[in-house]
Ligand binder design. Structure first.
Ligand SMILES: *Cc1c(COP(=O)(O)O)cnc(C)c1O
Length: 431
């Protein structure tokens, strides 16, 4: 028995499913999850001491590579002065200032500990600000696991749920709660216009991933984004961009800096904590000032703005701000995608690719999908086989066809070439 098998067996006795977050359990692809013992740069090692090239990077945060020496140093220094005070620190101001500077749509920002909290709190704020209840989300987008957002949600919910029309995608969520959540297809301009014409003046907020990464990678059309911006402005609804995944990953200024549409509120997480539990939401001062202690919308957290997490976040943001970071990251990621596509073409497999900055998607399909429905029609069986073939070759992909992939600045030419040659072998076998 391998060490991974032994650990998985042991884990399942005291942890439901053996994991602390569902998609880690390999349920879509089958097999035993790898238990990680250490990681460095683009690599991690499992309990059997096998080395993998990591293409998840903790689902996005580790954009400067695992255990980057400068981040490790910053964390060590912060830890020596205790881990948490429950009182404000100057580091929080520095991080807030940095975020506002990098994302000009954010005038004020509140720090929390997870993306779930960021999206949940942003929605509460939008409801408090507008005095309305209804929210719109899009099919296949994931905004964390707050109750009212677990309707046709992406990520692990796509992997696990038996999502029947209009029902919550999770048990334990009252129908009464999800009735305030309208779910529309991503990139469907007509459906969005129709809902706004009927009840635009009742809609508190529209929340979306401006580049969707929880149903594989799906990009929005320019028209889709501009119609959303125009109608939310016209009807006084709050436009919330959930950039927990895309913020500081697709570009220094997030997806909003690439697309030119300015949201009212933005949710951040993942990269901004550099791998520590850290997230945030922010935006227009007029809206943010409704938050407690200034306003009547309550939001709080014992560990919010945690000084060790702030240190990791600040250092990570400093590194990604250096000259040429995203150009290099984007080029490497594109090179990887082109290499995978060429390898698949050699054996005549239908295969399409997309990437933005350090985030990528590949699809066993003739073309890049533009909606959740289109992703479900890609060849999931081929993906499952490819996943295991790559794993054997020492390349760790997301264990679900409904997830985007992530690179880091540590994925150098040499690493990219190694992934492509693993893919060539895997595609040969798959054929
Ligand atoms: C990961 C993610 C979240 C949830 O963040 P957690 O830190 O896992 O709670 C929310 N929204 C998006 C777009 C995400 O990718």
């Amino acid at each position: 028995m391998s060490q991974n098998d032994a650990l998985f067996e042991r884990a399942q006795k005291t942890i439901p499913g053996g994991v602390n977050s569902p998609v880690r359990a390999f349920r879509q692809v089958g097999g035993t999850p790898r238990f990680v013992t250490r990681a460095q740069g683009p690599y991690f090692w499992d309990a059997d001491n096998k080395q993998y090239i990591d293409l998840i990077m903790s689902w996005g945060p580790m954009i400067v590579g695992h255990a980057h020496p400068e981040v490790v140093e910053a964390v060590k220094k912060a830890a020596e002065t205790s881990f948490s005070y429950g009182a404000p620190t100057e580091g929080e101001i520095e991080l807030a200032e940095r975020i506002c500077q990098l994302m000009p749509s954010i005038e004020q920002v509140r720090m929390v500990s997870s993306g779930t909290e960021a999206a949940m709190s942003a929605l509460r704020l939008a409801r408090g600000y507008t005095g309305r209840d209804l929210i719109i989300k899009f099919e296949g987008c994931y905004h964390g696991h707050a109750d009212s957002l677990l309707v046709k949600a992406g990520s692990g919910l796509l992997t696990f749920a038996d999502s029947t029309q209009n029902a919550p995608s999770s048990g334990g969520v009252p129908q009464d709660l999800v009735k305030h959540t309208l779910v529309l297809p991503y990139n469907d301009v007509a459906a969005f216009e129709e809902v706004f014409k009927k009840q635009g003046d009742q809609i508190a907020a529209v929340i979306l991933e401006p580049i969707a990464g929880n149903m594989n990678l799906i990009q929005p059309s320019g028209e889709f984004l501009s119609v959303i911006r125009n109608l939310t402005s016209k009807y006084g609804s709050v436009l919330i961009y959930d950039e927990v995944m895309t913020g500081f990953r697709v570009a220094l200024g997030g997806a909003q800096s690439l697309q030119g549409v300015i949201p009212d509120l933005t949710c951040l997480g993942k990269v901004m904590g550099g791998g520590m539990p850290m997230a945030a939401f922010g935006g227009k001062k007029e809206i943010m000032s409704k938050l407690a202690p200034l306003g009547n919308v309550y939001q709080a957290g014992t560990l919010s703005g945690n000084p060790v997490a702030v240190a990791a976040g600040l250092k990570t943001l400093e590194i990604v701000s250096r000259e040429g970071f995203y150009e290099c990251l984007g080029e490497q990621t594109q090179k990887l995608m082109q290499g995978l596509k060429q390898a698949a073409n050699k054996v005549n497999l239908p295969f399409a690719v997309d990437s933005v900055g350090g985030m990528f998607g590949f699809y066993f399909a003739d073309q890049v999908p533009t909606s959740y429905e289109a992703v479900t029609k890609t060849n999931i069986e081929a993906f499952k086989k490819f996943f295991h073939l790559m794993l054997d070759e020492g390349v760790y992909l997301a264990p679900s066809a409904y997830e985007a992939g992530f690179t880091s600045i540590a994925h150098t030419n040499e690493v990219i070439d190694a992934i492509i040659s693993a893919a060539e072998k895997s595609f040969q076998k798959l054929k």
